[in-house]
Design a protein around this ligand. Structure first.
Ligand code: SF4
Length: 455
């Protein structure tokens, strides 16, 4: 307790988006983020963290260049940047992916890169700096309520867009508190802005996730959430000052950045799941997953017939392993549409104008039941399987006995692609890296080097 009293911690004013993320594990938040005490490190910054900050630096310079030159993109400049700046191989790969992903800006709408904004609790604007790249910067203003460094802010009339590049491998691990804090400071600084779109730009997978906030309907809960975060921050600091242990959360996506000697490590025995801070930790847990995945399927196949015969297995007074029949159902498309009082019309033989006219009259909802049709989807697996076959199967018609089918499916895949709704999803897979993959990697890197020489 005495040691804590001599190092009494003052909570900084306000919350920032990086602070909100770090609050996922309160031990990390107080002991690392707020730098409450001398840190005992377990490793230096990872190569990926270095690549991430080099990528952010590049993006800010690139955007500045595009605005100055009034260009939407400039691939030559990107090649110049990687050849004339000392960036790591990993950062180079990330930077060059801006070419493949077709990253562009509208120079007339760019407000700035690395824009640091803050506001007070009445949403009065406070800090306003452009080109401030200090990661995790917090407002020093005594009235600060929320602050954020926006990687890229674009404003087009009443609509603002914030683009937040993420250089990690995953499309998860971003906190839901980041976008509203960004949107809040934008609303505070720009009264004409009515909507803010926040876009996570996952650089590696070349995908993005978006969330849109409106001044009219979202401002109230956003302010409430920032008040809650301020209260959590204060409670954590008070607990630290009283010498109380702080909550640990290895699932907050922070362990990879954490350099603390985590108390959870001491508690973890050889089979327990603990925080993953180092390569060694990651290898251990990946190995456990691999073993479990290998055995789980086989183990289930082995025990299923036994349980089918003998019924539930009582493992402990509270825990029972039991076979259960779960009913899952699906609705044939035509029957489902008929039930909604909607009918299918074959438009394939209609002239183009008539076809367009019929499609135009399609309702947005089933009028009888008020079911929005945009909420209904058809399974991609089945349709893609049809699209992959060149022709439909020849078969005998049950009524006439004639041979039907053999119809070309050329163009079906493109039609389906045009209306597909795709969502980025992160899955973890074990891959055996064989000779083919290694040769493929080598060929790609040689081709990359050749392309650069030709520039
Ligand atoms: S290793 Fe993970 S759980 Fe442990 S203190 Fe750090 S962030 Fe929290």
């Amino acid at each position: 307790m005495g040691a804590h009293l001599t190092k009494r911690l003052e909570a900084p004013t306000g919350v920032s988006k990086s602070m909100a993320k770090s609050m996922g594990c309160l031990h990390f938040f107080v002991h690392q983020y707020l730098r409450a005490r001398h840190l005992q490190t377990v490793g230096a910054s990872s190569a990926l963290a270095v690549a991430g900050s080099q990528f952010h630096k590049y993006r800010a310079s690139y955007i500045e260049h595009l605005v100055k030159q009034s260009m939407t993109h400039d691939h030559g400049w990107i090649y110049w940047y990687v050849s004339s700046n000392n960036v790591s191989e990993e950062a180079e790969r990330l930077i060059l992916s801006d070419i493949q992903s077709g990253f562009r800006v509208n120079p007339d709408c760019v407000y700035g890169a690395e824009v640091f904004l803050s506001c007070d609790s009445n949403l009065q604007p406070l800090d306003h700096e452009i080109g401030n790249a200090a990661p995790g910067k917090l407002s020093a203003h005594p009235d600060a309520f929320a602050s954020a460094t926006l990687d890229l802010l674009c404003i087009d009339g009443a609509h603002a867009t914030v683009i937040d590049p993420k250089s990690g491998f995953s499309t998860v691990g971003v906190t839901d508190d980041e976008p509203p804090i960004n949107a809040l400071v934008v609303f505070a600084h720009f009264p004409m802005v009515q909507t803010v779109e926040f876009r996570w730009d996952f650089v590696r997978s070349r995908t993005n996730r978006r969330a849109t906030y409106s001044r009219a309907s979202d401002l109230e809960w956003m302010v409430k959430r920032v008040h809650e975060l301020n209260a959590i921050k204060q409670r954590a600091v008070d607990a630290f000052n009283r010498g109380e242990p702080l909550e640990l959360n290895p699932f907050a996506g922070l362990c990879g950045y954490c350099v603390l000697q985590c108390p959870l490590r001491a508690q973890a025995d050889v089979r327990a799941l603990g925080p993953i801070q180092t390569d060694k930790d990651a290898r251990r847990v990946a190995g456990m997953i691999h073993v479990c995945e290998q055995y789980l399927e086989q183990a289930r196949a082995l025990i299923k017939p036994f349980l089918n015969e003998r019924g539930p297995l009582q493992l402990t007074p509270e825990l029972c392993y039991t076979p259960e029949v779960i009913e899952s159902s699906s609705y044939p498309l035509t029957d489902a549409l008929n039930a909604l009082d909607l009918a299918l019309v074959d438009v394939s033989a209609m002239p183009p104008e008539e076809r367009a006219n019929v499609l135009l009259q399609q309702p947005l909802t089933s009028r009888t039941w008020d079911v929005p049709l945009s909420a209904l989807t058809a399974g991609a697996g089945k349709l893609n399987a049809f699209a992959k076959t060149k022709k439909s199967k020849k078969r005998k018609d049950a009524l006439t006995g004639e041979t039907v089918g053999g119809v070309s499916r050329e163009g079906l895949a493109e039609r389906l692609d045009a209306c597909a709704q795709s969502y980025p999803k992160t899955v973890l897979r074990f891959r055996k890296q064989g000779m083919d993959t290694l040769l493929d990697d080598l060929t790609k890197s040689l081709e990359g080097a050749k392309d650069k020489e030709g520039e």
